[in-house]
Structure formats: structure tokens, C-alpha cells
Design a protein around this ligand. Structure first.
Ligand SMILES: [Mn+2]
Length: 355
């Protein structure tokens, strides 16, 4: 596994990064739409490091980052393109370098930001752990074996800047992303190295209980009530309880004052039921599409199914997609696909490109 890391962080790539960073003063860091702990954690980790090196940095997320992950130091550099596009558009053309963290295809930025970014000439450095990276970057650090972008970024920092650059300000958001992308070290961490990296971050001074409490014990009353309501009233079980399907309609979102991030972790809950092997969350969007999020036990690989039938992709046991149909149609379609997927005569699912 060290060999994989050595080829990802090959001397030629590190030399290229050194040339790209040479004399750079202004940097923008992008993360994917509907940012999660790993997206925001890696962005703020790198931002804190570059600011300590004397750079001016803006972190750009396509949509608002939920509060439970947007708290680490440096969060004042975080901008949301949806609501602050004027500030973002004023800053980006003045930059010399762009970093793209926790995504590997510009489409993950959502259309308005993607289309704008495509008009800008700045070189793009990608650091990510999703499979099947797009090659439309000037420099790629891609490692699907890494638990999280935060893990890979920590490796890069250790090799490129050295351990002294890993201050508490840098290490804290990195630990947050490592913790959230592994479900508090319960999945995507089959390599000892993931724990070694966590250990290094802890030794750099991160306050583990404080991070845990910010992320998991700071939910709003409405979001916990929404979760309870959805499990009790809006979840279908089928294929002999092997599949759970949670339906989050616009009406329910309005009733519970739904905020982005309120459904974080929700899709994982049915998997705590012994019989459930696949859990699906359908979220009805204002634009008339339905967001599909899926988690599975290791008995199944669901990312290829998501790219084949749901215009999406992702990791083998955590993937997502989008359906352009009504909520009612999306429920029927999803149930049909997953019933077939689990039937003895399985659907033909070819290897597809990831999200
Ligand atoms: Mn990630």
C-alpha cells in the first residue's frame, strides 16, 4: 500500500506542485456540492496551511456548508457560490492557482459554478479519493484506497511541507474529515495507515472529544425530530426488509424547516437494523429532480448501479445520483431497480464512471 502512496505522491508530481506554488500569493480552494465533513475539512486544512505560508485564500463551496462542519478555525474564508457569487467572481480571476478537493470531476461543482470555472485559465490541482478521476486537471493526486481526502492531504502535507506545517489549526479540520468520511472509524478504514494518520493528527494537538461533539452533538431540534418522523412514518422496507427507502418530500422539508445538512447521516440509520443491507434516501428538490443517496453493507457494490441507472456514482458502499422525475415516479423506479438488483436474476451492471 505504501507503493500506491509513493506513486500517487511521486517525486515528479511533488516537483510539479512546487513549480505551481512558486511565488503564488492568491489561491482558491473548491469542494463539491452539498459539502460534507471531508470536503470542508480538507478545504479548511489546506487553507490554514497556505495562509500560514503567507497566501490569501478563499474556499468556495457550491452551496452552504452546514454549521456542524463549518466551525473549524478559518471558516471565515469559506464562501458559498449559491448565495455569494459576486464575492467569489470578484476574487477568482485574481488568483494564480486553484485546488479541487474531495471531487474529481468539475460536474460535482454543480452547473453554475462549473460553467464559470471552465472560463478561467488558472491551473487546477486535484486532491481526491473518488474512483475514476477526470483527467481535466493540471496535476492530479488521486488515491481511491485512501479513506478520505483529508487522509491523502495529510500524507501530501507530511511529504511536501513536513510535519511542522501540520499545526493544530491545520490538523483539526483534517481530523474532522477523516472522522466523518470513515463514520468515526467504522468503515473505509481497512488499512492501518488510516489510523496512523489519525494518530499523527492527534499528536499534533487536535481535541478529539471537541471535534466529535461539534459534529455529532450540535444538531438542531427540528433536524432530530425530522429524522425520527422519517424513520417512523416515511420509510418503506421491501425485499424482505433487505432494503429501506426513506422518502423526504418537499412538504416534509417545509414542515420541519429543513436546512441543508439536516439529513446528514440519515441514510445510514436503517443499516443499523440487522436485516437491512441497502438503505436509500430520496430527497425531493425544488427544481423538480430527486436526489438519491444509497449506503450498503459490504455484501453489495452499489456505485456501478448508481452510474448505470441514477446518473451518479460514488464509492462501492456509499453512492448517489439524481433522477429527473417526480417523487412518486422516483419511488417506484428506485424500488423496481433495487428489487431486480437483489433478485436471483441480477441486473446487468457494467463498470461505469464514478460520480
Ligand atoms: Mn470524501
Amino acid at each position: 500500500m505504501m507503493d500506491t502512496l509513493n506513486s500517487v505522491l511521486a517525486p515528479s508530481s511533488l516537483a510539479r506542485l512546487r513549480r505551481l506554488l512558486d511565488g503564488v500569493q492568491r489561491v482558491a480552494i473548491f469542494c463539491h456540492a452539498r459539502p460534507d465533513g471531508d470536503a470542508i475539512g480538507s478545504s479548511l486544512g489546506l487553507a490554514n496551511l497556505l495562509v500560514a505560508q503567507g497566501c490569501t485564500v478563499m474556499c468556495v463551496a457550491p452551496n452552504l456548508a452546514p454549521e456542524h462542519i463549518a466551525w473549524p478555525e478559518g471558516h471565515e474564508w469559506l464562501y458559498c457560490y449559491e448565495s455569494e457569487s459576486a464575492d467569489v467572481r470578484a476574487f477568482l480571476p485574481t488568483c494564480e492557482l486553484f485546488f479541487c478537493l474531495d471531487f474529481n470531476n468539475l460536474a460535482r461543482l454543480d452547473e453554475p459554478l462549473m460553467l464559470y470555472l471552465e472560463t478561467l485559465p488558472q491551473p487546477r490541482v486535484m486532491i481526491d479519493h473518488h474512483p475514476y478521476p477526470d483527467l481535466d486537471f493540471d496535476l492530479l493526486f488521486s488515491m481511491p484506497e485512501a479513506s478520505s481526502t483529508c487522509e491523502l492531504l495529510t500524507e501530501l502535507i507530511l511529504r511536501f511541507w513536513g510535519r511542522e506545517a501540520l499545526t493544530k489549526r491545520v490538523a483539526t479540520p483534517l481530523y474532522m474529515g477523516l472522522m466523518t468520511d470513515t463514520g468515526s472509524f467504522s468503515y473505509s478504514c481497512s488499512r492501518g495507515r488510516t489510523f496512523e494518520i489519525a494518530g499523527i493528527l492527534v499528536d499534533q494537538g487536535v481535541d478529539v472529544p471537541n471535534i466529535q461533539s461539534h459534529v455529532y452533538n450540535s444538531r438542531s431540534f427540528d433536524s432530530v425530530m425530522l429524522q425520527s418522523f422519517l424513520l417512523l412514518r416515511k420509510t418503506n422496507f421491501f425485499a424482505g426488509k433487505r432494503v429501506a427507502l426513506i422518502k423526504l418530500s418537499q412538504a416534509t422539508q417545509n414542515e420541519y424547516y429543513y436546512q441543508p445538512g439536516d439529513s446528514e447521516g440519515l441514510v445510514n440509520l436503517p443499516l443499523s437494523i440487522a436485516e437491512v443491507e441497502i438503505s436509500i434516501l430520496l430527497t425531493e428538490r425544488v427544481n423538480g429532480t430527486v436526489r438519491v443517496s444509497v449506503r450498503s453493507t459490504r455484501a453489495h457494490t452499489i456505485n456501478h448501479l448508481m452510474s448505470r441507472y441514477f446518473n451518479g456514482g460514488g464509492h462501492p458502499q456509499a453512492a448517489g445520483g439524481t433522477l429527473r422525475m417526480s417523487m412518486h415516479q422516483a419511488i417506484n423506479f428506485t424500488q423496481e431497480i433495487f428489487e431486480q438488483f437483489l433478485s436471483p436474476k441480477q441486473l446487468v451492471v457494467e463498470e461505469g464512471r464514478g460520480e
